[in-house]
Ligand binder design. Structure first.
Ligand code: ADP
Length: 280
């Protein structure tokens, strides 16, 4: 009887110890997991804070330039320049340009902050790529002719006349308009701008927009899609640029699960290309 009791006690103690060790091990593992998660969360929050500060610093810097310009022109007018008609018109036009730049900047900032907060959803639908490319080119041609500029767009769509794309039409329109606008701004004023659309596989189409401008140095190419990155700051500002166009294009194209890239040859020109999904 005593032996049975001792055996039972030993069995009980061993079981209890194993159970205790198991619980201890489990609690320790869970604690480590929680600590790891907390560490990751703290790193994420720290990164978000760094990002928020950088974004605010960039934005305040970018907003300050046109605001100071508008203030400067208005002060000069108030200080007497308003009486000289020639100077008055010149300064009012400059103030207007800076106000336009400010308005473009605020619009682009709104888009980029909505994208980065994940608030913009892609509304996928089927459409003909040729219709969209023609629509953007015609609208830009119209704007340029009104400004007295004649830019030649050369459209080459190969055998894609009937090709249907599945994408958010409005966003792709914005991407094409942005790339064409850059080709006009930074390309050769007397050169040609080509819009080429090619099937690169049974499921993918590539749209390329090329200009015959002075091109971009290799060291800038990888950075071009970062917000507020500009090769030539003063040229971009003079042309009304916000430094956000390419960052927005990249976000839109990547939100479709597609890619956008740039190739450039100095003194020859630059080509921006992006891919799209062909509808079945
Ligand atoms: P921006 O509003 O300054 O045009 P983007 O984001 O559209 O901003 O472009 C970023 C920079 O990339 C421009 O400031 C310019 O320096 C360069 N860039 C863009 N497109 C071209 C191009 N087609 N040829 C040469 N440089 C270009």
């Amino acid at each position: 009887m005593i032996t049975v009791l001792i055996q039972f006690c030993i069995f009980f103690i061993v079981t209890f110890l194993s159970l205790f060790l198991c619980i201890e091990w489990f609690v320790e593992r869970e604690q480590k997991k929680t600590e790891q998660l907390q560490k990751e969360e703290i790193t994420h929050l720290k990164n978000m804070e760094i990002y928020r500060r950088e974004f605010l610093a960039d934005v305040s810097h970018e907003l300050r330039t046109p605001i100071f310009a508008v203030q400067g022109f208005i002060h000069t007018l108030i200080d007497g320049a308003v009486d000289d008609l020639g100077v008055r018109d010149k300064f009012l036009n400059k103030a207007m340009k800076s106000a336009d730049r400010l308005s473009n900047l605020v619009n682009d900032l709104l888009i980029i902050s909505q994208i980065e907060a994940g608030e913009i959803e892609m509304k996928m639908r089927r459409f003909h790529i040729i219709d969209l490319l023609e629509e953007v080119a015609e609208s830009l041609e119209h704007k340029l002719t009104k400004k007295g500029r004649n830019i030649a767009f050369a459209m080459d769509i190969g055998d894609n006349e009937d090709t249907i794309i599945v994408a958010d039409r409005e966003r792709i329109y914005q991407v094409v308009a942005n790339l064409l606008d850059n080709a006009i701004k930074y390309g050769n004023p007397h050169g040609k701008i080509s819009i080429i659309s090619r099937k690169i596989s049974s499921q993918k189409l590539q749209v390329s927009i090329s200009d015959e401008g002075r091109g971009i140095e290799k060291e800038h190419l990888e950075q071009l899609f970062r917000r507020f990155y500009r090769v030539d700051k003063s040229r971009s500002r003079e042309k009304g640029g916000t430094g956000l166009g390419l960052a927005i294009c990249k976000h839109f194209i990547e939100a479709h699960g597609e890619s956008i890239f740039v190739e450039s040859v100095l003194a020859k020109g630059t080509t921006f290309s992006f891919t799209l999904k062909i509808g079945t």
